[in-house]
Design a protein around this ligand. Structure first.
Ligand SMILES: Nc1ncnc2c1ncn2[C@@H]1O[C@H](COP(=O)(O)OP(=O)(O)OP(=O)(O)O)[C@@H](O)[C@H]1O
Ligand SMILES: [Mg+2]
Length: 498
């Protein structure tokens, strides 16, 4: 169960659609949250700033009043005391008045009166008071602390320059104030709550949007898979089509090309099978006819028996040849690994082949000659190359006229050796030149049958040549003759690796 679940979760994350969904969703969510925090944060900064400036302004005015009414020396002024309390109440905070001996003159909380305050800010403010008020925001406790100097402007006497050279201002004391930021916090929590409601709505919208987009954008892939499955299941072998993205179009193109090739292969296989059956059936039909006609007669003379049996024997030979040729073809389809490479004297090999063909040539009064320009040694499969030369020479003799000639020429350069088989025969019509290497193809069916051809010879020859990474070409003129040229690499290193 656990393992199964693990696989399922893995599969879910493998899905392009799920990933797409997650990316769109997270992008939306993150930008939403960032906007939320940035806005609240900057609201807080701004609100604290506004508040502390406001309090500072009030404090500056108050400081002036303190100086004017000499409050630092005498704290009995009702007006000032009332003013201090009012300010403290207004900002929900505390105001402490400190003189230049760091003594607390007045505390609106009435706690620290008479005590000495030596906090860093107060001391600093006394020293550098002319620089103005300093405020500090204590976020965790929710208040702003403001230290304001109480400044008295002095009339500087001309001689008494040493007292205060820079300015006519003297810091007489410090106002230490704290103002509550409760209102800011309240506003922020209201804002935050509102923002959250909106965010939830936005997130829901993004969720739906992400789901829709991931389904819609990726639907072409689903359609392609469905179409490919249809082809696989065999409902159809039509090429897939449909307006799509550039990317899916490329997939479709590649698939359709594959489909076309498979179809071509299938067609050629079917044709081959039907050709094989037809060719194999022909001799059997002949034998059946011969045997039946013998059986139909009574008291058949011995000579007739012999004649018919000889005919049946010929048909058996023919069947045997076809089967052997087919086996040779099938073997060669097994690619170059089937090559049995040895170092071979090509001239000698050709001579041996021609010697075997001579009796047939003589029967038709055909002159068979070999011309070799140099000694040739090549790394080839001896049997297969013999087969090539034998098939070409056999054709040159078979499709020749009486008293004709067949010339075989051997030549080589530093890379290849060449075998040329020329004849003075019937020639091959131009439109058939492309087809002669096809299995079972014959130019003139009736004549070939007479001669005993099945149309496999050139197919076998070409396969053997291709296995050696060679080429085979033909030139022909009707009623003048044909020339086959075979080119084979002298070394077969390229072939052996495969
Ligand atoms: N030298 C040639 N001159 C004229 N036609 C040729 C020549 N060689 C081949 N052909 C034509 O090409 C066809 C195919 O040749 P291929 O050798 O494949 O078959 P085949 O000779 O009929 O039968 P097989 O060689 O299997 O006994 C032949 O039937 C013939 O019509
Ligand atoms: Mg042939």
């Amino acid at each position: 169960m656990d393992i199964n679940n693990g696989f399922k979760i893995k599969d879910i994350f493998k899905s392009l659609r799920v990933r797409f969904f997650i990316i769109v969703f997270l992008t939306g969510l993150i930008s939403c949250l960032v906007v939320h925090f940035v806005i609240l944060e900057s609201y807080e900064d701004r609100a604290v700033n506004v508040k502390s400036t406001e309090v500072q302004t009030q404090l500056r005015i108050l400081a002036n009043h303190l100086i004017v009414s000499n409050y630092l020396q005498d704290t009995s002024s009702e007006v000032i005391n009332a003013e201090l309390d009012m300010l403290a109440n207004l900002y929900d905070g505390r105001v402490i008045v400190i003189n230049d001996d760091l003594k607390v003159v007045k505390d609106t909380y009435n706690i620290s009166q008479g005590k000495t305050i030596i906090s860093e800010e107060v001391v600093n403010c006394l020293k550098t008071g002319s620089k103005g008020a300093v405020s500090k925001y204590d976020e965790s406790n929710g208040y702003i602390e403001i230290v304001t100097p109480i400044i008295e402007s002095e009339v500087i006497e001309e001689e008494d320059v040493s007292l205060s050279e820079r300015s006519g201002e003297v810091v007489r004391g410090v106002l230490l104030t704290s103002a509550s930021t409760d209102t800011i916090v309240t506003t922020m929590s209201i804002l935050s709550r509102r923002a959250q409601t909106i965010e939830i709505i936005i997130i829901l919208v993004i969720l739906v949007f992400a789901a829709l987009v991931s389904i819609l954008l990726l639907s072409p892939f689903r359609r392609i898979t469905a179409a490919i499955n249809d082809v696989k299941a065999g409902y159809t072998d039509e090429p897939i089509k449909g307006p799509n993205y550039l990317e899916t179009e490329q997939i479709i193109k590649a698939f359709n090309a594959l489909l076309k090739r498979m179809k071509a292969l299938d067609d050629s296989r079917q044709e081959f099978v039907s050709n094989v059956s037809h060719e194999l059936k022909t001799p059997i039909t002949s034998m059946k006819v011969l045997a039946d006609s013998l059986l139909a007669q009574e008291d058949v003379p011995n000579e007739v028996y012999r004649e018919f049996m000889a005919d049946i024997g010929e048909e058996i030979d023919r069947e045997d040849k076809i089967i052997n040729d087919l086996l040779a073809l099938v073997k060669m389809d097994k690619k170059a690994s089937g090559l049995n490479i040895t170092s071979v004297d090509v001239v000698n090999l050709t001579e041996v082949v021609l010697k075997r063909m001579r009796p047939i040539a003589r029967k038709h009064n055909i002159e068979l000659t070999l011309e070799s320009k140099r000694a040739i040694t090549a790394e080839i499969d001896e049997v297969k190359i013999s087969l090539v030369i034998m098939n070409l020479v056999e054709n040159a003799i078979k499709y020749n006229k009486d008293e004709g000639w067949v010339r075989v020429e051997l030549d080589a350069d530093h890379q290849y050796f060449y075998v040329k088989v020329m004849d003075s025969g019937t020639g091959i019509p131009e439109e058939s030149l492309d087809s002669i290497y096809e299995r079972f193809y014959r130019v003139d069916k009736s004549r070939s049958r007479e001669i005993g051809g099945t149309g496999l010879g050139l197919s076998i020859a070409r396969n053997a040549v291709l296995m050696h990474r060679g080429t085979i070409n033909v030139e022909s003129r009707l009623d003048e003759g044909t020339t086959f040229t075979v080119r084979i690499p002298l070394t077969s290193t390229a072939t052996q690796g495969k």
